[in-house]
Design a protein. Structure first.
Length: 170
């Protein structure tokens, strides 16, 4: 299912396969050379408990990263800092500074703090190996993701249901 997801993400949404494969490579290399993306983490709640997810990044996720970095009042705070209320004229320099601070600074900060986010590559660990199952979105819903994995991945990985039970501590 992972290969199908990669194909669909590329063909329908313009997310290049290299974005996803780079994140997988990072996991396989032990995340020794992180590239600013959040590290892989294990899901803690059922039904995905025991599975792992790694974020992959694409330019498509720039707006959500800027929004996450700035928060609800971040843009207004920057406008207040950059635009001088004592001057009735907005200069090109002010606009340039504001645009830089709204776009570049939040991304640079998230990159430096290894907090760039995107969507997920979901995998299971078993016997010291990672088995990559699918790509999905934060908003898809845990049950939907789980059902999709059970329906489409169990035939490719016959031991998957046992691996999941083991990972969940059942």
């Amino acid at each position: 299912m992972l290969w199908l997801d990669i194909y669909i993400l590329d063909a329908e949404f313009g997310v290049g396969p290299q974005n996803i494969l780079s994140a997988i490579t990072e996991v396989e290399q032990g995340e020794a050379t992180p590239v600013g993306i959040k590290p892989a983490t294990q899901f803690k709640n059922l039904p995905l408990k025991g599975l792992w997810h790694k974020h992959y990044f694409s330019p498509h996720f720039v707006p959500q990263n800027i929004k996450a970095a700035l928060g609800k009042t971040g843009v207004q705070k920057l406008v207040d800092e950059v635009m001088d209320p004592s001057k009735p004229v907005i200069t090109p320099e002010m606009i340039e500074e504001l645009s830089h601070r709204v776009t570049h600074e939040p991304l640079e900060a998230r990159d430096a703090n290894k907090k760039l986010t995107g969507e997920w590559i979901i995998y299971v660990q078993h016997a010291g190996k990672n088995y990559y199952l699918c790509c999905n979105t934060h908003g898809a819903g845990d049950q939907f993701i789980y059902d999709r994995i059970v329906q489409h991945c169990a035939r490719d990985f016959p031991g998957l249901m046992t691996w999941l039970k083991d990972a969940q501590g059942k």
